[in-house]
Ligand binder design. Structure first.
Ligand SMILES: Nc1ncnc2c1ncn2[C@@H]1O[C@H](COP(=O)(O)OP(=O)(O)OP(=O)(O)O)[C@@H](O)[C@H]1O
Ligand SMILES: [Mg+2]
Length: 284
């Protein structure tokens, strides 16, 4: 799902107000009634309707007519609110090209003080997107995708703050709603690299896993897809699912992370690294 910087730039102040009211009211309603929007904004009904139609067309809001006319924020609207806040604070000034899209996020390049990356978390996006599912999940007025996506971003940001710069991770710059702004890594995902010195890179990765472990954190989704190579050094990315080393599944999870990496280097570079040695080296 592409983010339309064009529409965000040209957003009318009434449209921003409507998005903010929807965000606030969605802790109370699954679908915010039209009357509530009129009351909360203080705008005329015709203005609210006109602005809502535009927000719907741009993929920022959804409409549901049953059992009453209600409106809800969708990811496009939540993205817009986050970008508006980050822009107002001067964290970013322009949105650039899309860098990646995963199961549960979309990442863009952006301009901050320098080039930065902005990750929009999208937890539960696909499954909560149909109106039918929305009605079921949101019947009690909670908005699971919004809450889960925000929590996911907060969790990732927390990891970056705790680990940078001891562990090679992107520099955390800001966090707003379901977004994380971090330094832009200039490099390719490990799976797309052909390494000249694979053994040294494997050591580098395990050393970073070791330091993270010493800091109390296990990545939990470590693989060649979540490692970027910048100037021959590895950078570990994609941290929202990290777990504490005191977690009951810590050992299994750490072993799986290490297995993923060892399996990859064995398959691609025929490097045999003893599994027990690797685990020993990480856990000390
Ligand atoms: N700081 C960054 N600098 C440059 N590129 C990045 C940065 N963060 C992410 N990317 C790019 O975006 C892609 C997706 O990011 P990330 O791995 O964090 O999320 P994801 O894979 O979408 O998440 P999920 O695992 O939930 O699907 C990465 O593979 C990488 O190519
Ligand atoms: Mg990833």
């Amino acid at each position: 799902m592409a983010i339309s910087a064009e529409h965000i730039r040209t957003l009318h102040k009434y449209e921003k107000t409507i998005l903010s009211v929807l965000e606030r009211q969605m802790s109370r309603y699954a679908w915010v009634p039209l009357e509530q929007l009129i009351t909360s904004t203080g705008f005329a009904e015709s203005d609210v309707n006109y602005r809502l139609a535009r927000l719907i067309e741009w993929g920022m809001v959804r409409f549901n007519p049953v059992p009453y006319d209600g409106y809800a924020l969708v990811f496009g609207g939540y993205d817009t609110l986050a970008l508006a806040s980050l822009t107002r604070k001067g964290t970013i000034s322009a949105l650039g090209v899309q860098l990646g899209e995963g199961k549960e996020s979309v990442v863009y390049e952006a301009l901050g003080l320098g080039p930065v990356a902005i990750k929009f978390h999208r937890v539960g996006g696909r499954s909560f997107n149909s109106a039918r599912v929305n009605r079921e999940y949101m019947a009690d007025g909670h908005c699971p995708w919004l809450v889960a996506s925000k929590l996911s971003a907060e969790r990732e940001y927390k990891a970056l703050v705790a680990l940078h710069p001891k562990v090679s991770v992107p520099l955390p710059i800001a966090q707003n709603r379901h977004t994380v702004v971090m330094s832009l890594i200039q490099g390719a995902n490990l799976n797309r690299c052909i390494l000249e010195a694979p053994a040294a890179v494997l050591d580098d990765i395990l050393e970073n896993v070791r330091i993270a472990y010493k800091e109390g954190m296990i990545h939990s989704d470590l693989s060649e897809y979540n490692i970027l190579m910048e100037d021959g050094k590895c950078v570990l990315i994609d941290w929202p699912q990290w777990i504490d080393t005191a977690h009951p599944n810590a050992e299994v999870t750490l072993n799986r992370d290490i297995d993923n990496i060892l399996t990859y280097f064995k398959r691609k570079y025929q490097l045999s690294y003893d599994r027990e040695d690797a685990i020993q080296c990480v856990t000390g």
